[in-house]
Design a protein around this ligand. Structure first.
Ligand code: PMP
Length: 369
């Protein structure tokens, strides 16, 4: 019998143009592919300390209840987060990771022909949200790996609908300060929405870090994104949220999927919020990791961007893919810069003390420094 190949289903041009998200390589995959037993991953900006013990206990207890749908409104978690930020509960929208909130923002606010402004390089999902909704994405180069807010403001047009500012930025780890952001906000027309993605907020130690929530409180068209994936150590569960005026939250909630934050995730996030000790220890571990990385990278003569997050963006001065592969064969997974348009850069997450030391030793060996 002759096989007739069916015609492919119709796929819109905007879907054809999309590039699937490229995640950090999973530990198990590297073990399988390279026959290694001892592999560490410093590629996805996860918390090397692991989750809070209080969150683990909450997950165990909640496991008994997974036959039931979760609270569609994240009722208890919402109340706790509202208390934490001292905002009304209807100023919050939750998501299956902050990725989901970014996706929802795109659905709610972007129309074909609209423009999104972002930095370059930055987190990939802003451009994806633009592409998915047939909006144009204007990527404005960073200056020495820092958002150039003045240049971004110069690119605002009548079509600009959303401006994304990752602060600190991924993959560079750099931040923009209060004074620059204030100047930027004075140039933003009322109709545009500014999204401050603060996935790494709790790691920042500089005291000129902007208070983005103050813009929300002042009634501006601003959304502040936060996540439980980073310092709270719950990346595997997927919980993030946005803080904005209730009118904005209401539109986002119209496009949000029902039950988009699962039951275990809600229970764990609620418990993690109360674990001040875990937060403190995570911050200390990160500070030690950043110090170890910057001290040694400086000695090695490798330029790196000043990081306010839990990772470092370093120029290894040769094609990053080959360095990545050589590190991989030594059981260390990092992220390559080429996917961010920086072919000689690596992004490395801070690890445990041993993990960070192991990366540095492997890098020295690979680069023969
Ligand atoms: N924003 C930034 C700047 C990030 O680095 C990440 C994590 N890769 C996210 C958002 C998404 O985080 P999550 O969906 O896990 O909350």
């Amino acid at each position: 019998m002759e096989l007739v190949k069916p015609a492919p289903p119709h796929v819109d041009e905007r879907i054809r143009r999309l590039v699937p998200y490229s995640p950090g390589k999973p530990v198990e995959e590297v073990k399988r592919e390279l026959g290694l037993t001892d592999v560490i991953k410093l590629a996805s900006n996860e918390n090397a300390l692991g989750p809070s013990p209080m969150a683990i206990r909450a997950i165990r207890a909640a496991a008994e209840r997974v036959h039931a749908y979760p609270e569609g409104s994240c009722h208890e978690l919402r109340a706790a987060v509202a208390r934490r930020h001292n905002v009304p509960e209807d100023w919050l929208t939750f998501g299956n990771g902050s990725d989901d909130v970014i996706h929802n923002l795109g659905l709610a606010f972007l129309l074909p022909g609209d423009e999104v402004i972002e930095a370059s390089p930055t987190f990939s999902q802003y451009a994806t949200a633009a592409a998915l909704n047939n909006a144009a994405c204007v990527s404005v180069p960073t200056t020495e790996w820092v958002h150039d807010l003045a240049a971004m403001a110069d690119r605002i047009t009548d079509r600009t609908r959303v401006v994304f500012i990752a602060n600190p930025n991924n993959p560079t780890g750099t931040m923009v300060a209060q004074a620059e952001v204030d100047a930027f906000m004075r140039r933003i027309p009322e109709r545009a929405l500014v999204v401050f993605d603060e996935a790494y907020h709790e790691y920042v130690e500089r005291d000129d870090y902007p208070d983005a929530l103050a813009y929300v409180r002042a009634g501006q068209n601003v959304v502040v994104l936060r996540t439980f994936s980073k310092i709270f150590g719950l990346a595997g569960l997927r919980v993030g949220y946005g803080v904005a005026r209730p009118e904005i939250v209401d539109y986002i909630n119209r496009v949000r999927e029902p039950f988009n934050v699962n039951l275990l995730a809600q229970a764990a996030a609620l418990a993690a919020l109360d674990d001040a000790e875990h937060l403190l220890r995570s911050r200390e571990l990160n500070r030690a990791g950043l110090t170890a990385l910057s001290t040694r990278l400086r000695q090695m003569g490798l330029p790196f961007a000043p990081s306010e997050a839990n990772f470092v963006w370093v120029d290894v001065g040769r094609p990053c893919r080959s360095v990545f592969q050589a590190l991989l064969s030594r059981g260390v997974i990092v992220r390559t810069g080429d996917v961010f348009g920086a072919p000689t850069h690596l992004r490395v997450t801070t690890g445990t003390a041993e993990g960070t030391a192991r990366f540095l030793a492997a890098l020295e060996e690979v680069l023969e420094i």
